[in-house]
Design a protein around this ligand. Sequence first.
Ligand code: SAM
Ligand code: SF4
Length: 330
Amino acid sequence: MIDPFGREVSYLRVSVTDRCDFRCTYCMAENMTFLPKKDVLSLEELEAITASFIRKGVKKVRLTGGEPLVRKGIMELINNLGRYIDSGELHELTLTTNGSQLSKYAKDLYAAGVRRINVSVDTLDPHLFTMVTRWGDLSKVLEGLDAAQEAGLKIKINTVAVKGVNDHQLDEMVEWAGGRGMDLTFIETMPMGAIDELRSEKFLSLEEVKKSLSQNWTFQDTDYKTGGPADYVIVQETGQRLGFITPLSHNFCESCNRVRLTCTGMLYMCLGQNDNADLKQVIRSTNGYEKLDAAIDEAIGRKPKGHDFMIDRKNDQKPAVARHMSVTGG
Ligand code: SAM
Ligand code: SF4
Protein backbone atom coordinates (compact mmCIF):
# COMPACT_ATOMS: atom_id res chain seq x y z
CA MET A 1 0.00 0.00 0.00
CA ILE A 2 1.52 3.30 -1.10
CA ASP A 3 -0.02 6.58 0.04
CA PRO A 4 -0.28 9.79 -2.04
CA PHE A 5 3.09 10.99 -0.71
CA GLY A 6 4.89 7.83 -1.79
CA ARG A 7 5.14 6.35 1.71
CA GLU A 8 4.64 2.62 1.99
CA VAL A 9 2.15 1.70 4.70
CA SER A 10 3.43 -1.47 6.32
CA TYR A 11 2.59 -0.97 9.98
CA LEU A 12 -0.84 -1.29 11.59
CA ARG A 13 -1.57 -0.34 15.18
CA VAL A 14 -4.74 -1.83 16.56
CA SER A 15 -6.40 -0.49 19.68
CA VAL A 16 -8.25 -3.54 20.99
CA THR A 17 -10.09 -1.75 23.79
CA ASP A 18 -10.57 1.77 25.12
CA ARG A 19 -10.69 0.44 28.69
CA CYS A 20 -7.83 0.39 31.12
CA ASP A 21 -7.02 -0.60 34.69
CA PHE A 22 -4.98 2.64 35.11
CA ARG A 23 -6.01 6.28 34.75
CA CYS A 24 -2.73 8.01 33.84
CA THR A 25 -3.15 11.73 34.36
CA TYR A 26 -1.89 12.77 30.89
CA CYS A 27 -4.00 10.11 29.16
CA MET A 28 -7.39 9.93 30.83
CA ALA A 29 -9.67 11.84 33.13
CA GLU A 30 -10.41 10.00 36.35
CA ASN A 31 -14.06 9.61 35.45
CA MET A 32 -14.00 8.18 31.97
CA THR A 33 -17.07 7.06 30.09
CA PHE A 34 -16.15 4.03 28.06
CA LEU A 35 -17.77 2.81 24.88
CA PRO A 36 -20.85 0.63 24.93
CA LYS A 37 -20.01 -2.97 24.04
CA LYS A 38 -22.04 -2.99 20.83
CA ASP A 39 -19.83 -0.26 19.38
CA VAL A 40 -16.64 -2.23 20.01
CA LEU A 41 -15.44 -4.68 17.39
CA SER A 42 -15.56 -8.33 18.42
CA LEU A 43 -12.27 -10.22 18.53
CA GLU A 44 -13.30 -11.93 15.27
CA GLU A 45 -13.93 -8.58 13.59
CA LEU A 46 -10.60 -7.22 14.82
CA GLU A 47 -8.89 -10.28 13.42
CA ALA A 48 -10.68 -10.10 10.06
CA ILE A 49 -9.76 -6.43 9.54
CA THR A 50 -6.15 -7.05 10.62
CA ALA A 51 -5.99 -10.00 8.22
CA SER A 52 -7.08 -7.71 5.36
CA PHE A 53 -4.21 -5.36 6.16
CA ILE A 54 -1.77 -8.26 6.25
CA ARG A 55 -3.01 -9.42 2.84
CA LYS A 56 -2.43 -5.90 1.58
CA GLY A 57 1.18 -5.83 2.73
CA VAL A 58 1.26 -4.87 6.40
CA LYS A 59 4.29 -6.57 7.99
CA LYS A 60 4.10 -5.27 11.52
CA VAL A 61 1.10 -5.25 13.85
CA ARG A 62 1.10 -3.63 17.27
CA LEU A 63 -1.80 -4.20 19.67
CA THR A 64 -2.50 -1.38 22.03
CA GLY A 65 -5.40 0.36 23.76
CA GLY A 66 -6.48 1.30 26.43
CA GLU A 67 -4.78 -1.63 28.05
CA PRO A 68 -4.72 -4.50 25.53
CA LEU A 69 -4.21 -7.18 28.18
CA VAL A 70 -7.42 -6.30 30.03
CA ARG A 71 -9.57 -7.19 27.01
CA LYS A 72 -11.36 -10.46 27.72
CA GLY A 73 -10.16 -13.29 25.46
CA ILE A 74 -7.22 -11.25 24.14
CA MET A 75 -4.93 -14.30 23.93
CA GLU A 76 -7.30 -15.82 21.39
CA LEU A 77 -6.70 -12.85 19.07
CA ILE A 78 -2.96 -12.86 19.73
CA ASN A 79 -2.69 -16.62 19.09
CA ASN A 80 -4.63 -16.29 15.84
CA LEU A 81 -2.52 -13.38 14.62
CA GLY A 82 0.58 -15.34 15.64
CA ARG A 83 -0.22 -17.78 12.82
CA TYR A 84 0.70 -15.04 10.33
CA ILE A 85 4.13 -14.90 11.96
CA ASP A 86 4.47 -18.67 11.50
CA SER A 87 3.53 -18.37 7.82
CA GLY A 88 5.98 -15.49 7.28
CA GLU A 89 3.27 -13.07 6.10
CA LEU A 90 3.78 -10.95 9.20
CA HIS A 91 7.27 -10.04 10.41
CA GLU A 92 6.37 -8.73 13.81
CA LEU A 93 3.48 -9.00 16.24
CA THR A 94 3.93 -6.85 19.29
CA LEU A 95 2.08 -4.85 21.91
CA THR A 96 2.22 -1.77 24.08
CA THR A 97 1.14 -2.46 27.62
CA ASN A 98 1.17 -0.89 31.06
CA GLY A 99 2.60 -4.17 32.37
CA SER A 100 -0.03 -4.78 35.03
CA GLN A 101 -1.04 -8.16 33.57
CA LEU A 102 2.34 -9.32 32.30
CA SER A 103 3.02 -11.84 35.05
CA LYS A 104 -0.07 -13.65 33.87
CA TYR A 105 0.50 -13.43 30.11
CA ALA A 106 4.26 -13.25 29.46
CA LYS A 107 4.77 -16.95 28.63
CA ASP A 108 1.65 -17.13 26.45
CA LEU A 109 2.77 -14.06 24.52
CA TYR A 110 6.13 -15.64 23.75
CA ALA A 111 4.45 -18.89 22.74
CA ALA A 112 2.19 -16.95 20.35
CA GLY A 113 5.19 -15.51 18.52
CA VAL A 114 5.57 -12.16 20.26
CA ARG A 115 9.25 -11.36 20.78
CA ARG A 116 9.37 -7.70 21.80
CA ILE A 117 6.98 -5.57 23.80
CA ASN A 118 6.78 -1.95 24.90
CA VAL A 119 5.99 -1.38 28.55
CA SER A 120 5.08 2.06 29.87
CA VAL A 121 6.80 3.03 33.12
CA ASP A 122 7.06 6.72 33.98
CA THR A 123 8.78 6.54 37.36
CA LEU A 124 10.43 4.05 39.73
CA ASP A 125 9.07 5.79 42.79
CA PRO A 126 6.07 3.70 43.96
CA HIS A 127 4.26 6.69 45.43
CA LEU A 128 4.76 8.86 42.35
CA PHE A 129 3.81 5.91 40.14
CA THR A 130 0.44 5.72 41.86
CA MET A 131 0.04 9.48 41.54
CA VAL A 132 0.70 9.40 37.80
CA THR A 133 -1.34 6.28 37.01
CA ARG A 134 -3.93 7.00 39.74
CA TRP A 135 -4.82 3.26 40.01
CA GLY A 136 -1.51 1.55 39.26
CA ASP A 137 0.77 -0.50 41.52
CA LEU A 138 4.46 -0.32 40.59
CA SER A 139 5.36 -3.61 42.29
CA LYS A 140 2.92 -5.50 40.02
CA VAL A 141 4.46 -3.90 36.94
CA LEU A 142 7.99 -4.76 38.10
CA GLU A 143 6.90 -8.38 38.67
CA GLY A 144 5.47 -8.33 35.16
CA LEU A 145 8.77 -7.09 33.73
CA ASP A 146 10.62 -9.93 35.49
CA ALA A 147 8.18 -12.47 34.10
CA ALA A 148 8.49 -11.02 30.59
CA GLN A 149 12.28 -11.13 30.62
CA GLU A 150 12.23 -14.68 32.00
CA ALA A 151 9.90 -15.69 29.19
CA GLY A 152 12.42 -14.33 26.66
CA LEU A 153 10.61 -11.15 25.63
CA LYS A 154 12.75 -8.13 24.72
CA ILE A 155 11.44 -5.03 26.44
CA LYS A 156 11.44 -1.39 25.51
CA ILE A 157 10.31 0.98 28.23
CA ASN A 158 8.20 4.01 27.29
CA THR A 159 8.40 6.96 29.64
CA VAL A 160 6.29 10.06 29.15
CA ALA A 161 8.39 13.00 30.37
CA VAL A 162 6.22 15.39 32.35
CA LYS A 163 7.43 18.69 33.73
CA GLY A 164 7.34 18.89 37.52
CA VAL A 165 6.44 15.20 37.77
CA ASN A 166 9.25 12.88 36.67
CA ASP A 167 11.74 15.30 35.07
CA HIS A 168 14.13 14.89 38.01
CA GLN A 169 14.18 11.09 37.62
CA LEU A 170 15.05 10.67 33.96
CA ASP A 171 18.72 9.89 34.68
CA GLU A 172 17.60 7.16 37.01
CA MET A 173 15.37 5.72 34.29
CA VAL A 174 18.33 5.57 31.87
CA GLU A 175 20.44 3.78 34.47
CA TRP A 176 17.69 1.34 35.46
CA ALA A 177 16.60 0.40 31.94
CA GLY A 178 20.21 0.10 30.76
CA GLY A 179 21.11 -2.05 33.75
CA ARG A 180 18.28 -4.47 32.95
CA GLY A 181 19.16 -4.71 29.26
CA MET A 182 16.08 -2.77 28.17
CA ASP A 183 15.86 0.00 25.58
CA LEU A 184 14.12 3.17 26.72
CA THR A 185 12.14 5.83 24.89
CA PHE A 186 11.13 9.18 26.28
CA ILE A 187 7.89 10.64 24.93
CA GLU A 188 6.69 14.22 24.94
CA THR A 189 3.09 14.72 26.03
CA MET A 190 0.69 15.11 23.14
CA PRO A 191 -2.49 17.20 23.20
CA MET A 192 -5.05 14.43 22.86
CA GLY A 193 -8.40 14.27 24.63
CA ALA A 194 -9.76 16.24 27.57
CA ILE A 195 -7.93 15.51 30.83
CA ASP A 196 -8.22 17.03 34.30
CA GLU A 197 -5.20 19.34 34.13
CA LEU A 198 -3.56 22.02 31.96
CA ARG A 199 -1.19 20.57 29.40
CA SER A 200 1.05 23.57 28.75
CA GLU A 201 2.20 23.55 32.39
CA LYS A 202 3.30 19.95 32.07
CA PHE A 203 4.95 20.05 28.67
CA LEU A 204 8.65 19.25 28.74
CA SER A 205 10.77 19.60 25.61
CA LEU A 206 12.86 16.51 25.02
CA GLU A 207 15.48 18.58 23.28
CA GLU A 208 16.30 20.04 26.69
CA VAL A 209 16.08 16.62 28.34
CA LYS A 210 18.56 15.22 25.82
CA LYS A 211 20.96 18.08 26.43
CA SER A 212 20.82 17.64 30.18
CA LEU A 213 21.19 13.83 30.04
CA SER A 214 24.20 14.15 27.75
CA GLN A 215 26.12 15.72 30.64
CA ASN A 216 26.00 12.38 32.47
CA TRP A 217 25.89 9.87 29.62
CA THR A 218 27.80 9.41 26.39
CA PHE A 219 25.46 9.26 23.42
CA GLN A 220 26.54 7.54 20.25
CA ASP A 221 24.57 8.25 17.08
CA THR A 222 22.86 5.33 15.41
CA ASP A 223 20.69 5.08 12.33
CA TYR A 224 18.54 2.42 14.05
CA LYS A 225 14.87 2.76 13.07
CA THR A 226 11.95 0.70 14.30
CA GLY A 227 9.49 2.12 11.83
CA GLY A 228 8.47 4.39 14.70
CA PRO A 229 8.94 8.12 15.15
CA ALA A 230 11.70 7.86 17.77
CA ASP A 231 15.20 9.24 17.20
CA TYR A 232 17.66 6.85 18.78
CA VAL A 233 21.11 7.11 20.32
CA ILE A 234 23.12 4.39 22.02
CA VAL A 235 24.09 5.06 25.61
CA GLN A 236 27.73 4.00 25.63
CA GLU A 237 27.83 3.24 29.37
CA THR A 238 24.90 0.79 29.22
CA GLY A 239 25.04 -0.33 25.59
CA GLN A 240 21.24 0.14 25.35
CA ARG A 241 19.29 2.32 22.97
CA LEU A 242 17.65 5.50 24.12
CA GLY A 243 14.91 7.02 21.99
CA PHE A 244 13.26 10.43 21.97
CA ILE A 245 9.77 10.84 20.54
CA THR A 246 9.26 14.52 19.93
CA PRO A 247 6.09 14.97 17.91
CA LEU A 248 5.76 18.59 18.93
CA SER A 249 9.33 19.80 18.51
CA HIS A 250 10.01 17.96 15.27
CA ASN A 251 8.09 16.75 12.34
CA PHE A 252 8.51 13.02 11.96
CA CYS A 253 5.79 12.64 9.38
CA GLU A 254 7.96 12.29 6.24
CA SER A 255 8.79 8.70 7.08
CA CYS A 256 5.40 7.73 8.54
CA ASN A 257 4.59 4.14 7.56
CA ARG A 258 1.61 3.49 9.80
CA VAL A 259 -2.14 3.68 10.19
CA ARG A 260 -4.26 3.09 13.28
CA LEU A 261 -7.42 1.10 13.82
CA THR A 262 -9.55 1.90 16.85
CA CYS A 263 -11.54 -0.71 18.75
CA THR A 264 -14.68 0.70 17.12
CA GLY A 265 -13.31 0.00 13.66
CA MET A 266 -12.39 3.55 12.72
CA LEU A 267 -9.21 3.73 10.68
CA TYR A 268 -7.13 6.84 11.37
CA MET A 269 -4.54 7.60 8.75
CA CYS A 270 -2.76 10.03 11.11
CA LEU A 271 -2.60 10.17 14.93
CA GLY A 272 -2.84 13.96 14.83
CA GLN A 273 -5.72 14.39 12.36
CA ASN A 274 -9.43 13.65 12.57
CA ASP A 275 -10.02 12.19 9.12
CA ASN A 276 -10.96 8.51 9.30
CA ALA A 277 -12.65 5.61 7.56
CA ASP A 278 -15.42 3.56 9.18
CA LEU A 279 -14.38 -0.05 8.65
CA LYS A 280 -16.87 -1.37 11.22
CA GLN A 281 -19.74 -0.28 9.06
CA VAL A 282 -18.10 -2.03 6.08
CA ILE A 283 -17.36 -5.29 7.88
CA ARG A 284 -20.83 -5.43 9.46
CA SER A 285 -22.60 -4.89 6.15
CA THR A 286 -20.81 -7.41 3.91
CA ASN A 287 -19.50 -10.94 4.02
CA GLY A 288 -16.67 -11.05 1.51
CA TYR A 289 -13.37 -9.23 1.72
CA GLU A 290 -13.71 -7.15 -1.47
CA LYS A 291 -15.54 -4.20 0.08
CA LEU A 292 -13.23 -4.16 3.08
CA ASP A 293 -10.14 -4.22 0.87
CA ALA A 294 -11.59 -1.44 -1.30
CA ALA A 295 -12.42 0.69 1.77
CA ILE A 296 -8.85 0.26 3.01
CA ASP A 297 -7.41 1.29 -0.37
CA GLU A 298 -9.65 4.34 -0.47
CA ALA A 299 -8.57 5.35 3.06
CA ILE A 300 -4.85 4.95 2.33
CA GLY A 301 -5.43 7.27 -0.63
CA ARG A 302 -6.44 9.93 1.92
CA LYS A 303 -3.45 9.60 4.27
CA PRO A 304 -2.46 13.20 5.06
CA LYS A 305 1.03 14.61 4.83
CA GLY A 306 1.35 15.33 8.57
CA HIS A 307 -0.16 16.33 11.90
CA ASP A 308 -1.22 19.70 13.34
CA PHE A 309 -0.35 19.22 17.01
CA MET A 310 0.27 22.31 19.08
CA ILE A 311 0.33 22.88 22.84
CA ASP A 312 0.10 26.45 24.00
CA ARG A 313 -1.94 28.36 26.51
CA LYS A 314 -4.53 29.42 23.96
CA ASN A 315 -5.17 25.80 23.01
CA ASP A 316 -5.01 24.37 26.52
CA GLN A 317 -8.70 23.89 27.05
CA LYS A 318 -9.17 22.51 23.61
CA PRO A 319 -7.00 19.53 22.72
CA ALA A 320 -5.63 19.44 19.15
CA VAL A 321 -7.40 16.14 18.74
CA ALA A 322 -10.56 15.53 20.76
CA ARG A 323 -10.19 11.77 21.09
CA HIS A 324 -8.10 10.40 23.93
CA MET A 325 -4.83 8.58 23.28
CA SER A 326 -6.54 5.46 24.67
CA VAL A 327 -8.87 5.49 21.64
CA THR A 328 -6.16 5.38 18.97
CA GLY A 329 -3.58 3.82 21.26
CA GLY A 330 -0.63 6.13 20.60
N1 SAM B 1 -2.06 1.07 28.14
C1 SAM B 1 -0.90 0.83 27.37
C2 SAM B 1 0.28 1.61 27.89
O1 SAM B 1 0.09 2.51 28.72
O2 SAM B 1 1.39 1.32 27.46
C3 SAM B 1 -1.08 1.10 25.89
C4 SAM B 1 -1.87 2.33 25.49
S1 SAM B 1 -1.15 3.88 25.93
C5 SAM B 1 -2.36 5.02 25.31
C6 SAM B 1 0.23 3.99 24.79
C7 SAM B 1 1.31 4.98 25.16
O3 SAM B 1 0.81 6.27 25.01
C8 SAM B 1 1.84 4.86 26.58
O4 SAM B 1 3.24 4.78 26.55
C9 SAM B 1 1.39 6.16 27.21
O5 SAM B 1 2.29 6.57 28.20
C10 SAM B 1 1.34 7.09 26.03
N2 SAM B 1 0.43 8.23 26.18
C11 SAM B 1 -0.85 8.27 26.62
N3 SAM B 1 -1.36 9.52 26.57
C12 SAM B 1 -0.38 10.31 26.06
C13 SAM B 1 -0.29 11.70 25.75
N4 SAM B 1 -1.30 12.53 25.91
N5 SAM B 1 0.90 12.13 25.24
C14 SAM B 1 1.95 11.31 25.05
N6 SAM B 1 1.92 9.99 25.30
C15 SAM B 1 0.77 9.50 25.81
FE1 SF4 C 1 -4.15 3.24 30.53
FE2 SF4 C 1 -1.99 3.32 29.00
FE3 SF4 C 1 -3.65 5.45 29.13
FE4 SF4 C 1 -2.17 4.84 31.21
S1 SF4 C 1 -1.42 5.46 29.20
S2 SF4 C 1 -4.38 5.31 31.26
S3 SF4 C 1 -2.06 2.66 31.13
S4 SF4 C 1 -4.13 3.47 28.31
